[in-house]
Design a protein around this ligand. Structure first.
Ligand code: TYD
Ligand code: MG
Length: 462
């Protein structure tokens, strides 16, 4: 047998170096290399047929799904858990990952499916206390506090494969096949590999919990992200009770869906109508607040964009954005200045998406611009009005997708007007009743609309 080798593995990206160095050549992280001992790689016999080859043209059915009946969870996965698939759930400590997963386990167990929850972090009593609080002690979830994957896999092979296996968390798991210390990249990768092999061969769905570092990366095992079928993150804003489950990668479904939950004294509760959650000033006339009719994945979502502009005492005014891309903010400010003559150059500008939501859609440009113009001019926006549209560098407002879904969601929540891009190429379907749309071809028109003493009281017929 070949002798074990020593190598230095970057704990941040998994790159291997032959000797220690202060900085990883691959990802540039400092002090991230850790000495690890690796065993000799196993050699396959190299003779005979080991596996079957398939014709790619053979028709396959879409993967069957196991629905948990927690809709917000199922939707993010693309319609439920896919048997034999592996999901990585990342999130900061204390955000509610264990709570979410024990509820998912409970929901599946209630459908008389075998569910196994392995905790490497908490003792049996802690997990039982939480389950009691959630009313799930008698749900029939099988539980163990264990950290060695070989033991877990051997124990599971004793019975039928579970419909769902949860490993909380992957950083606490270790395998006897590699000699590195627990928590190192080599260990985490080795443990994940063994578990993924178990899931793929038995058809059990596997969920791995992963901690994230402060900058939002799944700590250590970035490598694990490449080994799994789907990566989701569970996020929340400090001090607020709602939590967002976001798909970051999904081999079996869309990767831009979100699920919204609220953390209550009795666990996580689904929020079926999240738009209402992210609107607070609905109806009040405060300058600097615009409502954006957005889309998160397949679902429309209304969000409030707040802007504050104030004359700056500084030579270089401050520009800050929370929940909004700072580069897009800079672009919108430049377009407002160049195309609509808004003199924001000597003003501090703050832009915030209320409720801790993050907006990545260019369609939010028009709403952001409306909030900025409103704050700058001190004039509040028309009441019960939503905005959407992308702003081009020429100042033109570009059409965006899903305008009908946006309008319908706004109408559902009691909004009666919408400022939209001109000639949105949508099927000529009639818009929602009681919704007056006003088309806005240029940013200058937006400024005129907000500054004009006469409010767009009537629809322009579009
Ligand atoms: P937890 O699921 O342990 O977080 P994670 O696994 O991501 O570290 O959740 C911990 C927090 O959730 C803790 O601060 C208490 C809170 N919580 C509730 O508010 N209500 C509940 O019913 C439960 C179980 C937890
Ligand atoms: Mg936990």
């Amino acid at each position: 047998m070949a002798k074990p080798r020593i190598e230095f593995v970057c704990q941040s990206c998994g790159a291997v170096a032959p000797r220690w160095q202060g900085r990883c050549d691959s990802c540039g992280a400092w002090n991230s290399l850790v000495e690890e001992t690796v065993g000799a790689p196993s050699r396959s016999a190299g003779k005979g047929r080991v596996f079957a080859l398939f014709d790619l043209g053979t028709a396959t059915l879409p993967p069957p799904r196991t629905t948990t009946r927690i809709d917000e969870f199922d939707r993010v996965l693309g319609g439920g858990l896919v048997p034999g698939s592996v999901l990585l759930l990342g999130g900061e400590p204390g955000i509610g990952k264990s709570t979410l997963l024990i509820q998912v386990c409970g929901a599946l167990a209630a459908q008389k499916r075998r569910v196994v929850y392995i905790s490497g972090e908490e003792a049996i009593d802690q997990v039982r206390l939480r389950a009691e609080r959630l009313g799930l002690v008698r749900a029939g979830v099988e539980f163990a506090a264990e950290t060695k994957v070989e033991d877990v896999v051997a124990t599971l092979h004793e019975g039928p494969a579970p419909a769902l296996l949860v490993m909380d968390s992957i950083q606490t798991m270790w395998t006897g096949t590699v000699e590195a210390a627990p928590g190192t990249v080599t260990q985490v990768r080795g443990a994940a590999q063994a578990l993924i092999r178990y899931a793929k061969t038995t058809g059990a769905s596997l969920i791995l919990v992963g901690h994230v570092t402060k900058d939002g990366q799944i700590a250590g095992p970035r490598v694990v992200e490449h080994m799994v079928d789907a990566v989701t993150s569970f996020e929340g804003e400090g001090g607020r009770d709602f939590r967002i489950l976001r798909a970051l990668k999904n081999r079996f479904g869309p990767s831009n869906e979100i699920g919204v939950f609220e953390m209550t004294g009795r666990g996580l509760v689904e929020v079926a109508n999240p738009s209402a959650l992210f609107l607070s000033h609905h109806g009040e006339a405060t300058p600097g607040i615009a409502v954006f009719a957005g889309m998160e994945g397949t679902r429309p979502l209304l969000a409030e964009i707040e802007a504050l502009t104030a004359a700056s005492p500084l030579g270089t005014p401050r520009r800050a954005a929370v929940g909004f891309d700072p580069n897009r903010l800079a672009m919108i400010l430049a377009v407002l200045e160049a195309r609509a003559g808004l003199r924001l150059g000597q003003h501090d500008v703050y832009l915030n998406v209320a409720g801790g939501l993050r907006i990545n859609e260019p369609a939010a440009d028009l709403a952001a611009a409306a909030a900025l113009v409103s704050s700058f001019s001190g004039r509040s926006l028309p009441p019960h009005c939503v905005f959407f549209g992308e702003i081009g560098l020429s100042g033109a407002i570009r059409p965006v997708a899903h305008s009908m879904a946006r309008l319908k969601e706004a109408a559902k929540l009691g909004f009666t007007r919408a400022v939209v891009p001109p000639a949105n190429p949508e099927p000529r379907e009639a818009g929602p009743e009681n919704m007056a749309t006003k088309s806005c071809p240029e940013v200058a028109d937006l400024v005129a609309l907000i500054a004009s003493p006469e409010r767009p009281a009537k629809a322009d017929g579009r």
